[in-house]
Design a protein around this ligand. Structure first.
Ligand SMILES: Cc1cc2nc3c(=O)[nH]c(=O)nc-3n(C[C@H](O)[C@H](O)[C@H](O)COP(=O)(O)OP(=O)(O)OC[C@H]3O[C@@H](n4cnc5c(N)ncnc54)[C@H](O)[C@@H]3O)c2cc1C
Length: 520
């Protein structure tokens, strides 16, 4: 993917006033899913992202490919079944990024083993042929064998079940590459600034500004799809300033620790915290990630901040389960995401996690809600609607079996480069140059060749893009990421032909941002 090439395509169509079949606003899981689906059906598609792909919620999830055992408890069987099917398709189509993970529910009372045991058997049953492994009851010894860091006091046993785990922003990058492989045009750092209307009052395009150069575009499109997550209503109000609010927002935080806090290869699932939620502690990229919370938020932002009480809540809850309770000084990073929830009454944790397709009277098609795991199904639904409304050529959705860029079976042998799948060979080739084989910080496995690859092939434009979403340094260890900023800026400057002043500004901007990912 080359940004100049993408800009050229947008400019050319704008000059000729040739409409795209679909213009997508928002480059998170939802928008990128739509771009993949539309492009794979042979439609012309342009996607505009205000910041970097995945800057919003889609890089800040708990990294689970799951249906949510909690929805089972709420009796939402269709949602559970549909998400379990999507979980299976995600692993099938991106095996280099989606893996099975064993989750242990520890039991402390006599009733927990039968209660969770039966519930999780139902979860297995609903997965049918998309199952990831059979759940079973564990003795106390078996539970401790799988989770050696668990506090054995009053432990009676446990239940193990299987779900999926992934790297969210890496999957997003590979979805972008999949869409581009099928001819989609994708622009990061290009916010939609307005919607254009035809004579009959229907939306017929988008205005956008290239944030790197200031160039303005008027992009005409047969259908405009709004996939802006928690920013959904602001785009709808571009067409109709009086449009009633569809969305509410809640935030969830995650704390990242050294892997020694969670020994073994399984995740811990705490089914009921003191506020009645579920909390996970999962192994991820050689670390332990604990989360999440559910705190209502008034206004959406791209860099939400953790609240003190959220940090204390996660620490306190996790502490009750481990022999060595984690403390503030053990936190290597904190990251926060905002949930795009379809409006309703009551607590945000009880709001619908189903997705919503909404069509405004202006003809603007909004797709929102849902979850990362269901992105493909959401995209299929959105493009089906777009085809009908925009009178676009009607073709079958091919994404159930569409391999995601980087597809590779048995990718574990690639070690730290596994997340690149079939692209790992090209990164290894770059690393033949000793200068690019250099590890950027001793705390994390990332090497200089990955920075060069991100700039050349993955549309990384800034130090933050590389350290937050192409690699996951910022999400794993904020101090190590700060230490990596200078070498990353220098490597990027060579690739993107930037000045020394740019390097200094990038290091400064990233260091300020990264402070928010530290807990002091
Ligand atoms: C704490 C937390 C944990 C979660 N954990 C999981 C999990 O483990 N598994 C799971 O399946 N799901 C999980 N989810 C849900 C999942 O992450 C979200 O449903 C999904 O990422 C939403 O994607 P999206 O594309 O709709 O929104 P986003 O990723 O936020 O994308 C919207 C994009 O629109 C862009 N945008 C906004 N305005 C404009 C504009 N004017 N022009 C262009 N672009 C614009 C934004 O910059 C943003 O990048 C979690 C969510 C949260 C908050």
């Amino acid at each position: 993917m080359r940004r100049e090439e993408m800009v050229r395509k947008v400019r050319e169509r704008a000059e000729k006033q040739t409409p795209w079949d679909i213009a997508v606003i928002g480059g998170g899981a939802t928008g990128m899913g739509v771009a993949v689906d539309a492009a794979a059906r042979g439609l012309s598609v342009v996607l505009l992202e205000a910041h970097d792909f995945g800057k919003g919620t889609s890089s800040r999830s708990t990294k689970l490919v799951h249906s949510g055992v909690r929805y089972l408890e709420q009796g939402n069987i269709p949602l559970v079944m549909s998400a379990l099917k999507e979980r299976g398709l995600m692993r099938q189509n991106a095996p280099h990024l989606v893996h099975d993970l064993a989750f242990i529910v520890p039991n402390y009372s006599w009733w927990e083993a039968p209660f969770y045991g039966i519930g999780l058997k139902l979860y297995d049953l609903l997965a049918g042929k998309f199952g990831f492994g059979a759940s079973k009851l564990l003795t106390k010894e078996e539970t401790l064998e799988r989770l050696p860091a668990l506090d054995p006091v009053e432990l009676r046993g446990g239940v193990v079940y299987y779900d999926g785990q992934f790297d969210d922003s890496r999957l997003l990058v590979h979805l972008a590459m999949t869409a581009a492989d099928h001819g989609a045009t994708l622009l990061n750092y290009c916010p939609a600034t307005g919607l254009t209307m035809g004579e009959e009052g229907y939306v017929n395009g988008v205005t956008a500004r290239d944030a790197e150069t200031g160039e303005e575009f008027s992009i005409s499109a047969k259908m405009v799809v709004n996939a802006t997550g928690v920013f959904t209503d602001s785009i709808r109000q571009m067409a109709d300033p009086l449009a009633e609010q569809l969305m509410v927002t809640s935030q969830g935080i995650h704390l990242v620790f050294d892997r020694s806090f969670l020994k073994g290869d399984s995740a811990l699932m705490i089914p009921k915290t003191s506020d009645g939620r579920v909390l996970f502690v999962i192994p991820w990229h050689g670390h332990a990630v604990a989360g999440t919370t559910d705190t209502p938020v008034d206004a959406p932002s791209l860099e939400p901040r953790p609240l003190e009480e959220e940090i204390e809540f996660v620490l306190e809850t996790a502490s009750r389960f481990f022999v060595r309770p984690p403390t503030r000084k053990d936190v290597l990073a904190v990251f926060v995401g905002l949930r795009p929830l379809v409006k309703g009454d009551g607590k945000t944790s009880a709001l619908s996690r189903d997705h919503l397709i909404h069509i405004d009277t202006s003809g603007l098609l909004t797709i929102t809600g849902g979850k990362w795991t269901t992105y493909r199904h959401m995209a299929e639904d959105a493009v089906n609607h777009a085809i009908t409304l925009g009178r676009l050529p009607d073709t079958e959705c091919p994404t159930k079996t569409l391999r995601i860029h980087g597809y590779l079976e048995n990718s574990a042998a690639l070690g730290d480069l596994e997340v690149y799948g079939s692209d790992a060979e090209a990164i290894k080739a770059l690393a033949q140059d000793p200068a690019l084989a250099v590890q950027l910080d001793p705390a994390l496995p990332y090497i200089a060749a990955e920075v060069v690859w991100a700039a050349r092939e993955e549309l990384a434009r800034t130090v933050e893009d590389v350290l937050a979403r192409r690699t996951r340094a910022l999400f794993l260890n904020a101090n190590a990421a700060i230490a990596m900023a200078e070498p990353v800026a220098k490597l990027l400057a060579v690739e993107l032909n930037r000045s020394e002043a740019w390097v200094a500004a990038q290091i400064g901007e990233f260091s300020v941002l990264a402070q928010q990912y530290r807990v002091v």
